[in-house]
Design a protein around this ligand. Sequence first.
Ligand code: ZN
Length: 134
Amino acid sequence: MWGRLYEEYHKKAYNPIKVSAEVQKLYADPYVRNRRGIFEYILGGSVDTKLLEVRVFDDATKKSVYTKQTSTAEAKGESNCPHCAIGHDVNKGKVWKLDEMDADHVAAWSKGGATSASNCQMLCKTHNRAKGNR
Ligand SMILES: [Zn+2]
């Protein structure tokens, strides 16, 4: 693995102080589950959060956020996916089932957003995928 990483990245210039500070920050981050992915994540430009296996929302959090979001949406006659609700297609008023939705960080984890209920929103699977890997 290190051989491959070296081959892939040694041609780029990195600021070792910056890299080391970022490594330490990620090692201390309780949301990072795969510490072995930290170097590759940083060397790759700190974009591919899959390498870190950032902790995801647990089912209890998803369910409580879903319930709250759905009752608010139903009261307004809107979709319980906030992105569908502001759209203009047939899904504007669609109420998705829990298993048709995925949890999303409102503030991206990579920008300091926590994996807690207050930073969780449920999006339909299409919109969650469209939002990309964050
Ligand atoms: Zn949607």
